[in-house]
Write a protein that binds this ligand. Structure first.
Ligand code: GTP
Length: 300
């Protein structure tokens, strides 16, 4: 080894020693010739050596890995690869030491025609955190229902799609009757339980294509694709009855409540989520004026 080769090797080893990532060196045939485990100290490097890299993965992933391997060799560009490894799906990884599901961001880099580096970082926790943050941004924290921001995004997309394909769709605007009275009489916690029980019941009721969200305090919107005026009326009636049947156990006897529902159905190309919501609000207002436990929709 020349002085400059020795210098480069020491520099490489120094970098590998401080980088907290898994670095696997492969030969041109894709066999593992060296492993630096980085912070993945659960991994038994000796059990990786001399295996063919792509055979470590399940059939589906191994095809992807082989394609990345070829692409790295032919392009000499780093090939990014995101992998989710499950011990129950991979005997090889289990043997190597994998005990739980992990998501890795990795890069496959060709150093020459006979040497490649696979550099992998465990991103399981940061991915979970991202998912949690995105879930929280879309949901109402009390009930777990989608929030108003998510609702408006979905409504805009869905109404545009309905116009494009000439589909019909409807909204139900559902309001809990005398909700402030429930808060006053039974306390805020009981009011919270009412909201939670309502959302649980509605989640059981909705079809997979329906979208349901908390619109404001005690007001919820259900978007019903492929639903005409008459079907919206039937759906309103079913929700009204469903709520009639809910009972929340309470010291002084079961707490029961009712809802009023205003619905609206897509009209012409001028109709938007805002105009539909406005009509649903007008219908809800009429229902409320007539008393509680009522529904009101578009006139025939
Ligand atoms: N328990 C509880 N109460 C809430 C929450 N958010 C808002 N509220 C209360 O809900 C009440 C809503 O009152 P209103 O909009 O007048 O509704 P209402 O009493 O049902 O009146 P009507 O709609 O006319 O029947 C207000 O008193 C709010 O303070 C919540 O998350 N939990």
């Amino acid at each position: 080894m020349t002085d400059s080769e020795g210098h480069l090797l020491r520099r490489y080893n120094a970098l590998v020693g401080v980088i907290d990532q898994l670095i696997v060196t492969l030969n041109g045939a894709g066999e593992v010739v060296d492993v630096n485990v980085g912070s993945m100290d659960w991994l038994d490097a000796s059990k990786m050596l001399s295996r063919t890299f792509s055979t470590l993965f399940t059939d589906e992933l191994s095809q992807k890995v082989s394609a990345q391997f070829d692409a790295a060799l032919s392009s000499h560009e780093p090939q990014p690869l995101q992998l989710t490894l499950k011990p129950e799906h991979s005997l090889h990884w289990r043997e190597i030491g994998l005990l739980e599901v992990q998501t890795w961001d990795s890069q496959l880099i060709a150093v020459s025609a006979t040497e490649l580096l696979w550099v992998a970082r465990n991103v399981t926790e940061s991915r979970k955190l991202e998912q949690k943050v995105s879930h929280q941004a879309q949901r109402d924290p009390l009930t777990g229902a989608y929030n108003r921001r998510s609702l408006m995004t979905i409504l805009n997309q869905s109404v545009a799609q309905a116009h494009r394909y000439d589909w019909v769709c409807s909204f139900l605007l559902i309001d809990i009757d005398d909700f402030s009275g429930i808060n006053d009489e039974y306390g805020w916690d009981a009011g919270d339980q009412v909201l939670q029980s309502f959302v649980t019941a509605l989640h059981g009721f909705q079809r997979t294509a329906d979208f349901f969200a908390r619109y404001s305090d005690d007001r919820f919107v259900m978007f019903l694709p492929e639903t005409n005026r008459e079907q919206a009326r039937l759906a309103s009636e079913r929700v009204r009855r469903l709520v009639e049947g809910i009972e929340i156990p309470f010291q002084t006897g079961n707490l029961k409540y009712t809802v009023c529902i205003g619905s609206s159905t897509l009209r012409d190309i001028e109709d938007t989520p805002e105009t539909m919501l406005r009509r649903a609000e007008e219908h809800l207002f009429i229902a409320k004026q007539s008393g509680s436990n009522r529904i009101e929709g578009e006139a025939d």
